[in-house]
Each structure stands twice: as structure tokens, then as C-alpha cells.
Ligand binder design. Structure first.
Ligand code: FAD
Length: 289
């Protein structure tokens, strides 16, 4: 089923993101995590894609398995930067053949010094959205990424929002944001986006901080600010301690409650293929569903 149709039926959506496993053991962990999180009745689950095309088969394999062996609605991430148009159409055609209807259309990130060498297909995600609509009509529900604190390559938020608008005009049905830790960025972004006439659902990307060094490295790479008052909470604890996890869960629970009470369309959890933090946070907010 198309996610956009499910979103219309839900007052508040919850969804989970996973990455394709690298080996048998990681595969087992992923499927255990999915089994743990399935009873939370997510609107959808999504599987990431390696921008260099490295996870092409793995992403497809996990998407296919979840689509065929579970009741979950699955969304496949797809990046365009390193694929020719023919390769992209092949991948999409395969998904259509097995009945997968949801795609997160992305440009992808590649090392700056290799970008021109690798760039084969669409330069930006709006081109990928256009290609999908041109070749597959309304078959796919298409999601795109958005950035409450602007994309790192963008000179400013206004320009980034105009580029986001291009993806929506090309045919995107809904969006998922980059992770953020300070809701005021999301609220400001939403206000500006709505003023621009963009009215698709925008799900908030939530990254529970369960290992401070790891998440602060991710957040620096993608330009997401961790407010000083949150940083301070983790100061006296080692990265992988139970205390760190407990604080991370508290912080994310508070963030989610504030978003829900402000009327967010949905919460999309970056799970890192683990279920415990996401399950506890969901349990803390389940009265809202
Ligand atoms: P775009 O929308 O193309 O934007 C990239 C930059 O170009 C922005 O600065 C934008 O302002 C600018 N821009 C956009 N369109 C135009 C245009 N027409 N003309 C000029 N400038 C333009 N990466 C992966 O490799 N695999 C994944 O599975 C993955 N999943 C993700 C899931 C989510 C929810 C999010 C938020 C990100 C994900 N990413 C993933 C990361 C993503 O690939 C990077 O953030 C990438 O740098 C940008 O992708 P995009 O689709 O937003 O690109």
C-alpha cells in the first residue's frame, strides 16, 4: 500500500529506518530488531541505500524479504548520483515487479573529490522524482528528504527550501527530515515551507542518542545542532554506558512529546538496527497513538 494513503488515515504516524546488514550475524540482528518493533504497528519501515551503489543488492534483498514475508509496508531508499538512468529504471522496474510501491528518492552523498567522476545520472533528487513520475506515473508513492537546518551544501535555508519545493513540484508525496535535536529548527522550517505553499506531510527524523560520540559525529556531518544543554547532560558518562542510554531516551522522549503536542505528522526513528531505545521511547509516548 502507498504510504501517503496510510498517512491520510493516521493522526500520528510512527516509522522506523534500518540499514542493510553487512553479514549473516548483522542480518540476524536486523530481523530480530524488526520482529521486536513490528508490534508497535509502524506506518512503514524503510531500508537505506549506499550512495555508491554498494548496497544495491542487499537493500533490494531486505526490501523484498520484508515485503513478501511480513505485513509491514516497506519503503526502499534509492540514491541517483552514481547510477545511469538505465540502472535506476532497472531497480525501479524490479520493485514494481514484486509489488513494492514506496521509494525514498535521494541524490546521495559521495566524497567531494570523486563526485564528477562518479556522477552518472540525475544531479539532484528532483531529477530522480521527475524520472520516476515520467516512467512509472502514479505507481510509486515518492518520499524525499528535507533539512530543518538546511542541507550542508546549501548557502542558506531559503535556497534549500526552494530546492525542496522543486522535489515537491516534481511529484513527491511526503518528506522525512534529517535528524534534529532542537525542535525550534523544525518549527521554523515548517512555517517557512508552508508559506512557500508546500503542503505535503513532513515526518520528523528522530535519532535517539544512545552513544554520544557516534551521534555527535553523525550530526556534525549532516549539519544537525546538538544544543549545549543536551551536550552537557552526557558530559560525565562514557559513550556506551547505561546512563548515556537512559539520558538519550529521556531527551528523545521529551523531544517527541513536544513535537506531538505541536501537531507533527509523524515520527520517523533512525533505529541503527537496534530496537531497545526506540521501543522504550515508543512506550513512553504510546498514549498519544
Ligand atoms: P538534493 O535534494 O538533490 O539536495 C542536495 C543539495 O543540492 C542541497 O543543498 C539542495 O539545496 C541542492 N539542490 C537540490 N536540488 C537542486 C537543483 N535542482 N538545483 C540546484 N541545487 C539543488 N543517503 C544515502 O546515501 N542513502 C540513504 O539511504 C539515505 N537516506 C536518507 C534518508 C533521509 C530521511 C535523509 C534526510 C537523508 C538520507 N540520506 C541518505 C542522505 C542524503 O543522500 C544526503 O543528505 C544528500 O547529500 C542529499 O540528498 P537529497 O536527496 O536531499 O539531495
Amino acid at each position: 500500500m502507498k504510504i501517503v494513503e496510510k498517512l491520510k488515515e493516521k493522526k500520528l504516524s510512527v516509522s522506523f529506518e534500518f540499514f542493510p546488514p553487512k553479514n549473516e550475524q548483522a542480518q540476524q540482528q536486523l530481523f530480530n530488531t524488526i520482529k521486536d518493533l513490528s508490534p508497535l504497528n509502524p506506518t512503514f519501515v524503510s531500508i537505506t541505500y549506499g550512495a555508491g551503489g554498494s548496497t544495491r543488492d542487499k537493500t533490494r534483498e531486505v526490501v523484498k524479504r520484508l515485503h513478501e514475508e511480513t505485513d509491514l509496508t516497506v519503503m526502499a531508499h534509492l540514491t541517483c548520483i552514481a547510477h545511469t538512468q538505465e540502472e535506476i529504471l532497472d531497480i525501479l522496474g524490479d520493485y514494481q515487479k514484486i509489488g513494492v510501491q514506496n521509494i525514498l528518492a535521494l541524490r546521495g552523498d559521495l566524497p567531494l573529490n570523486r563526485r564528477e567522476e562518479i556522477l552518472k545520472g540525475c544531479k539532484h533528487a528532483d531529477g530522480l522524482v521527475r524520472l520516476i513520475r515520467e516512467r512509472f506515473g502514479d505507481y510509486f508513492c515518492i518520499a524525499v528528504a528535507s533539512y530543518p537546518e538546511k542541507h550542508p551544501e546549501s548557502p542558506n535555508l531559503e535556497r534549500d527550501i526552494l530546492n525542496f519545493k522543486k522535489k515537491v513540484k516534481a511529484g513527491a508525496d511526503f518528506s522525512i527530515t534529517q535528524m534534529f535535536f532542537d525542535n525550534s529548527y523544525y518549527y521554523r522550517f515548517l512555517e517557512r515551507v508552508r508559506k512557500e505553499g508546500i503542503d505535503i506531510p513532513i515526518l520528523a527524523g528522530i535519532m535517539p542518542i544512545t552513544n554520544f560520540s557516534q551521534i555527535s559525529k553523525f550530526s556534525q556531518m549532516c549539519g544537525a545542532t546538538i544544543p549545549e544543554k543536551i551536550v552537557k547532560k552526557f558530559e560525565n558518562y562514557t559513550d556506551d554506558s547505561e546512563e548515556t542510554k537512559k539520558i538519550g531516551i529521556e531527551v528523545a522522549t521529551k523531544q517527541c512529546i513536544d513535537l506531538i503536542e505541536s501537531g507533527v505528522d509523524g515520527l520517523h526513528f533512525y533505529t541503527l538496527n537496534k530496537s531497545d531505545a526506540t521501543s522504550i521511547i515508543y512506550n513512553n509516548i504510546k498514549s498519544y497513538f
